[in-house]
Structures are given as C-alpha cells and as structure tokens.
Design a binder for this molecule. Structure first.
Ligand SMILES: Nc1ncnc2c1ncn2[C@@H]1O[C@H](COP(=O)(O)OP(=O)(O)OP(=O)(O)O)[C@@H](O)[C@H]1O
Ligand SMILES: [Mg+2]
Length: 382
C-alpha cells in the first residue's frame, strides 16, 4: 500500500508554497503591478533576468524596464491599457536591465480583477535574446543565400547573353568589313565606319558583361603576355581607329605570368579606346611590354618585386593632375551620356589589383597619357 502525504497544508502554508513556486521559476520574471503600473511583487526570475533585487524594485514604476524612446512614446501605459481593455497584452521587444544592457523580451500582461474592479496586472517576462539573435542570424544567412543564388542566376544569364551578343557582333563586324572593302561611295564608307565603331563598343560592353557574369572571379592561366598581345593586334588596331597609328614594341623573352585572358583583353581594349577618345584628330598609340623590378605603391613595406608590364601610351589630350585622382573611380567619366560609362579604368585597376599587381597612370594636360599594368612573376611573395 502506498504511503499518502498527510494533508498538512493550511492557508499560510499555501501562500508559502505559492511563493516557493514563483521563486523556483528563474527563467521567467513573474511579478505583479498595481493598477497604475508600480511593481508590487517580484520573483527570483525577475532578479535573474533584469538584475534588480526585490527590495530595490518594489514600488518602482515598471516603465523602468522600457527603453527611453519607448517610454517617451508612452508604450508602458499603452500596453497596460491594452491588457485592461482586451483581457491580455502579449508582445515582444527590447527591454533594459538594471545595468543598462538590453535584452529581447517576450512579455505577457494579464489584468487582475477583484469584484469587477481592476486591482493590478500579472506580468510574465521571458528573456529570449539568444533565440532572437539565433533567428536573426538564420534569417540573415537565408537572405545571403537567396541573394547569392539570385546573383548566380543573373550571372549565368548574363554570361549566356554576353556570349551570344559577342557572336552576333562578330558577324556584324565581319559583314561590315566586307561592305567596307566593296563600298565605292564615300558616304557609304563613312556610314560603315560609324556602324563599326558602334559594334566595337558593343564588343567592349559584352566583355564587361562577361566579367560580371563570371562574378568578377579571375580565371588565371599561365601565359606568354606577348603572344596574348599579338593575338589581339587586329582588334586593338581596329579599336584605335584609322586616324591613330598603332606601334607595338614587345620585349623578347619575357617570363610567363598568371593572368585571366579575357580580362586582360578587356583591359587593353579599355585602354586603347580611352587613347582613341583622347586623340579625336589622330595621333600615335604605343603598346609596349617589358620586364621591371619595382615596389607596389600600395605596399606599405615598399618591397621590390619582379613584374611583367604592359604600357599603353598615347599622344592625346592628357589628364589634369586634379582629374588623375578620380579617373580610376567607378562611373567617373568626362564623356557625354552614351559614350562613356566610366567603368573602363576601374575595370583595369580592379583587374591589375586582383592579379596581384597594380596599374600606374602618367599624364599631363596636353602631354599624352601612359597607363602601365604590372603583373607579378608567379612564385614570388604576394
Ligand atoms: N588616355 C586618356 N587620355 C585622356 N583622358 C583619359 C584617358 N583615359 C581615361 N581618361 C579620362 O578618364 C575618364 C574615365 O575613363 P574610363 O575609361 O574609366 O571611363 P570612360 O572612358 O569615360 O567610359 P568607358 O570606358 O566606360 O567607355 C575618361 O572619361 C577620361 O576623362
Ligand atoms: Mg574608357
């Protein structure tokens, strides 16, 4: 036969039991407010969560737990009125501990009625900071994933379109070339030239799209830079236009380096088209390659390093000292709308830096411009 607990609890013991119960709940602050919102009772959970001892907090208005901006908007009293009117207030928000630190609180307020008269409120608060922050982190991770999936999809689409675009433009350019050689009329030649210019600008744009589509990730390959330049000679000559004489001076026996072919080509096209625009009535463009030992100006330790360099030099209008500081900024352009996006030199700069090297600009008003790309020899320090 089971032993029975003796019925030994009188009313005062019940109160004691109730107090013990409330104080053994330490994950919840459970306390009573009077009808005006002053704290009238407090439990161990309240002390653990909010930091006040019972004797400190009893008699204090419960708005002490709210942030000053919430108090300024009268939110503590509004919440009590909602509880009174609707029979309960439940909410979540930031609250203050005694030491001034904030915690995320889940709050329930119930009105206490006695013979139809409001005598106070029962309030239960839970510290849900950890759960809240974990949810926020999860949400952020979800958003980041979504964003990167979106970017990947846009990148793939762009990549596909850029390739198609490039192929179509190549057909257009080849056809225009044929028309040009057969044109017997100067007017027609002029129109063909305009169409060629526009198509070449299209090629340049499609290269930028390819770069974007690859997510700016370089795909470096070990290359002989001179061979890379040689293979694009026609493209560069064409891009420079017939008014500009193009000279190549490539140093023999250059060491191999690691670069992304597509981006290298895009960089040279950007530099050559800038040079062309700087020489509206013609001039000379020098494309040179050479080996040098130098320190990257961005290296605080000024360490000397071996580089293979490519310089694009023009005899154009040059760039003022003031503008030299801005030309590498994305979207900086002095060209009319539709002629320049201001992204050319920032692509050049970004590509050189991502390849472990740097781009250098030398210019003066009326003195022409030289942009030199420096690519480090593989294996040396980075
Ligand atoms: N070789 C150069 N000679 C004179 N000015 C130049 C030269 N290269 C660049 N600039 C100046 O720097 C600006 C920025 O060049 P960048 O290549 O970044 O953009 P853009 O040529 O204006 O436009 P986009 O290259 O997108 O068509 C140009 O608008 C021009 O004022
Ligand atoms: Mg440009």
């Amino acid at each position: 036969m089971q032993a029975r607990h003796p019925e030994r609890v009188d009313l005062t013991d019940r109160l004691r039991q109730f107090e013990l119960l409330l104080n053994s709940v330490t994950d919840y602050a459970i306390y009573m407010l009077d009808a005006e919102g002053y704290v009238r009772s407090w439990n161990a959970g309240g002390e653990r969560i909010k930091g006040y001892r019972q004797e400190e907090i009893e008699g204090t208005h419960y708005s002490a737990f709210y942030l000053p901006e919430d108090v300024a908007q009268g939110i503590p009293m509004k919440n009590l009125h909602i509880a009174e009117r609707e029979g309960r207030f439940a909410g979540e928000g930031w609250r203050l501990r005694k030491d001034g630190s904030r915690f995320r609180a889940s709050v329930v307020i119930d009105p206490i009625w006695d013979a139809g008269e409001l005598v106070g409120f029962a309030k239960v608060t839970r510290d849900i900071t950890e759960r809240y922050l974990a949810e926020q982190r999860l949400e952020k991770a979800r958003q980041d994933l979504l964003q990167s999936q979106k970017m990947e999809a846009v990148g793939k689409l762009t990549l596909g379109l850029a390739h198609d675009f490039n192929n179509l433009l190549t057909i257009i350019i080849n056809s225009l070339d044929v028309i040009d050689t057969r044109a017997q009329n100067e007017k027609v030649s002029e129109m063909v030239l305009t169409a060629l210019r526009a198509s070449e600008r299209g090629i340049l744009l499609s290269r930028q799209l390819l770069t974007f589509g690859r997510g700016q990730n370089l795909v470096p390959e070990r290359v002989d830079l001179n061979r890379l330049i040689e293979s694009g000679k026609d493209l560069y000559r064409r891009c420079a236009g017939s008014a500009v004489s193009v000279f190549f001076d490539l140093a023999p026996d250059l060491p191999m380096i690691d670069v992304d072919r597509g981006q290298f080509e895009a960089s040279l096209l950007n530099l050559v088209s800038n040079a062309r625009d700087a020489m509206p009535s013609g001039g000379a463009l020098y494309l040179t390659s050479f080996h040098c030992v130098k320190a990257n100006p961005a290296d605080p330790e000024h360490r000397q390093r071996e580089y293979v360099c490519v310089a694009v030099k023009d005899t154009g209008v040059g760039i003022s000292a003031e503008q030299q500081a801005q030309v590498f900024d994305p979207f900086f352009t002095t060209k009319p709308i539709g002629r320049g996006s201001g992204l050319g030199l920032s692509q050049v700069h970004g590509f050189a830096a991502q390849s472990g090297g740097f781009a250098e600009l030398e210019s003066g008003l009326g003195a022409g411009t030289t942009v030199t790309l420096h690519f480090p020899l593989p294996g040396a320090f980075t």
